[in-house]
Design a protein around this ligand. Structure first.
Ligand SMILES: Cc1ncc(COP(=O)(O)O)c(C=O)c1O
Length: 392
């Protein structure tokens, strides 16, 4: 089906300056991976995020996997994860030996809270994955307090929340680890794939470059011949008595150069998205059947624009928006416990009524940054019309 306004797989266009940055890096990078553009990107990201340690990674799923590795889970260790999130928030932790326990979301904020996490605690709880879903910063002060009380590791899945601030501190920098995504859908994208891992503990941070890149490291001490005993070493320090396995999760130099350039524009993109979202939400304020999460501050970057549709009208609403107006609304974040993959692993049980209720009634509007004002206006008019037809 051809849509007038598709739910695009690509979030934003590149400016001429950004395109020139791609060409400059592709032309001049001495190595196309693991070079100076990566160092510049990591330095710029640390300055922007206010983070001590940040590492460019090929995507957020791999960044989450590295954080899961550094948790050194033991058999039986539980990780509390929202059921309402993208699958990559969860499987890296299962892959590294943890058992997921599904946490519910708050019905208004649509993310986990200290309360919903507390309901999942057992004596086996080791870590919490907090997802700033849709681009809204979860209640990190309360969650960090709970984590300190219970001695839990906190991993923030900030894949959707670059440039989101909770009382002036960026989401993704509160916990022990923060994973960011520059995937094609995200508010900035480094040519389709890309990520960043923020790490708090200096000992864990020192290991990341090695587990990111095949356990490659330099030989220590002076060598007479640079090629002996080998060009470079392969080694990893032990972490809490564990031998870690290496990966190759590097991000290329062109992507890093572009990422640095895009950081100059992220605040502007987020502000534009937020202003548009608020305008759309306010224009539909007379239709209480669409329930949005309205947030005026930089606590929400409106990566996605979602609403709950009241009275079981969701499917008919989406059907009419697409059939009659060519607008491709979608439904997102099937509760993970309902996927066959997690059920086959034995993780099909959850008590997450808010997540189930929200997913079963939610709509996600096309909201890529590249939409024109005319397309936004068209979507507004169409939503009004469909709701009227549905008797709202
Ligand atoms: C909440 C969430 N977590 C993790 C990821 C994984 O990000 P990436 O595609 O960079 O691996 C995504 C991206 O889609 C996401 O939305």
């Amino acid at each position: 089906m051809q849509f007038k306004i598709p739910f695009s797989g690509r979030a934003h266009a590149y400016t001429p300056d950004e395109l020139a940055t791609i060409i400059e890096a592709a032309s001049n990078a001495v190595t196309l991976t693991q070079g100076r553009y990566r160092d510049i990107f990591e330095t710029a990201f640390k300055a922007y995020a206010g983070a001590e340690h940040a590492f460019a990674i090929c995507n957020a799923a791999s960044a989450l996997e590295l954080s899961a590795q550094l948790c050194c889970f033991k058999p039986g260790d539980e990780v509390i994860i929202p059921s309402h999130t993208f699958t990559a928030s969860a499987y890296p932790f299962i892959k590294k030996g943890a058992t997921p326990v599904w946490a519910d979301i708050d019905p208004v904020k649509r993310v986990v809270t200290a309360e919903s996490i507390r309901a999942c605690l057992t004596e086996r709880s080791r870590a919490i994955v907090v997802v700033h879903l849709y681009g809204y910063g979860a209640d990190m002060h309360e969650i960090m307090q709970l984590a300190r009380e219970k001695n839990l590791i906190v991993i923030e899945d900030a894949a959707q929340s670059l440039g989101v601030f909770i009382d002036g501190k960026m989401a993704g920098t509160f916990g022990d680890f923060g994973a960011f995504s520059f995937h094609s859908h995200k508010n900035i994208t480094t040519l389709g794939e890309g990520g960043m891992l923020v790490v708090k503990d200096p000992q864990a941070a020192a290991i990341v470059p090695m587990i990111r890149h095949n356990a490659h490291c330099a030989f220590t001490g002076q060598r007479e011949d640079y090629w002996q005993p080998a060009m470079g070493n392969v080694d990893l320090p032990m972490l809490n008595g564990n031998i870690l396995m290496p990966n190759n999760y590097c991000l290329g130099e062109v992507e890093c150069a572009l990422g640095t350039k895009l950081l100059e524009r992220i605040d502007q993109i987020n502000t534009e998205k937020r202003m548009r979202a608020l305008q759309f939400i306010d224009s539909l304020a007379d239709c209480p059947q669409l329930q949005f999460h309205r947030e005026e501050t930089d606590r929400h970057n409106y990566h996605l624009l979602v609403a709950k549709v009241a009275k079981n009208l969701r499917n008919e609403f989406i059907r009419r928006m697409s059939r009659d107006h060519g607008i491709q609304c979608v439904v997102q974040y099937y509760p993970l416990n309902r996927y066959p993959f997690y059920q086959k692993l034995g993780y099909g049980e959850a008590h997450c009524p808010n997540a189930d209720e929200f997913f079963d009634n939610m709509v996600s509007f096309p909201f890529q940054h590249s939409l024109s004002n005319e397309e936004m206006a068209l979507m507004e008019t169409a939503a009004h019309q469909v709701l009227r037809e549905l008797g709202c």
